[in-house]
Write a protein that binds this ligand. Structure first.
Ligand code: ADP
Ligand code: MG
Length: 253
């Protein structure tokens, strides 16, 4: 098989107005082999556009985490292409992936995953340093990012002294380290009460709208759809639909 050197045309119902930040083409993922094989994802094709909030919805076990993990280069697909920075990176190994991952993605998870012994500022500064060991002023940059997510007054708090919503804001600031074009979140609001979940989504919405950054969020919660430009429904390993959400009018000229 020869790899094309240009992005393949998207097979989508709605044409992309701008070049994609990332594109998945015909992605399949099978866990295990033989009798134990599970086809977690089948022939998934998806593009991620600058400035959009994409929500991925579906029942438990439908393949959402598999899909977003392959997009974020955390998991290698069994078949298909992953286009990032103009090339198909699906076949690359662990030598090349960490750099691509760090340049292109920020990750936010349900459980926040903060270091309990580090302050908010230190958590974010450490992530900045890990992404770029030559970063000039990791603490200054961490403070700037914590201010963006509304945690300016609490930069020296330990995670234990922050609410769930505040911890998730620290995690979002951390994900913003290095200014990656795509934020991905696997159920980032699942551990939060409704009001807090809505305010975290509002922040993610703002981060997408202001910087041309894409936000891709897996969620169980249809109430969050109002923050989305597009909603992807996954069922039994298949992308059933990719719909423009009613709220998309806001970000479309
Ligand atoms: P979701 O996030 O929608 O709940 P997942 O992507 O986690 O779905 O899982 C999709 C399917 O793949 C499920 O049937 C799940 O049990 C299976 N699966 C996920 N991870 C693994 C793994 N590491 N090994 C084997 N099966 C897995
Ligand atoms: Mg999951």
């Amino acid at each position: 098989m020869t790899a094309a050197h240009a992005l393949p045309p998207p097979r989508l119902s709605v044409p992309a107005a701008q070049p994609s930040l990332a594109r998945l083409v015909g992605i399949g993922k099978t866990y295990g082999t033989g009798e134990n094989a599970v086809d977690a994802l089948k022939n998934a094709t998806l593009d991620i556009r600058p400035g959009e909030v994409m929500m991925i919805e579906g029942p438990s076990g439908s393949g959402k985490t598999t899909l977003i993990s392959i997009l974020g280069l955390l998991l290698t697909p069994t078949t298909g292409e992953v286009w990032i920075e103009g090339k198909n990176v699906a076949g690359l190994g662990e030598r090349e992936l960490p750099g691509l991952r760090a340049r292109n993605f920020g990750f936010v998870f349900q459980g926040f995953n903060l270091f309990p012994a580090l302050t908010a500022l230190e958590n974010v500064a450490m992530a900045i340093q890990m992404k770029d060991p030559r970063a000039r002023d990791p603490k200054g940059e961490a403070r700037r990012l914590l201010e963006i997510v509304g945690l300016g007054p609490r930069v020296h708090h330990l995670p234990a002294d922050l609410s769930g919503g505040q911890k998730q804001r620290v995690a979002i600031a951390r994900a913003l380290g290095g200014n990656p074009p795509i934020l991905v979140g696997d159920e980032p609001t699942a551990a939060l009460d409704t009001k807090t979940a809505l305010s975290v989504m509002e922040l993610l919405r703002e981060l997408a709208s202001t910087a041309g950054r894409a936000v891709v969020v897996v969620t169980h919660d249809p109430r969050l759809e109002r923050f989305a430009d597009r909603v992807v429904r996954v069922e039994d390993g298949l992308i059933q639909s990719i719909d423009s959400a009613p709220s998309a009018a806001r970000s479309t000229p």
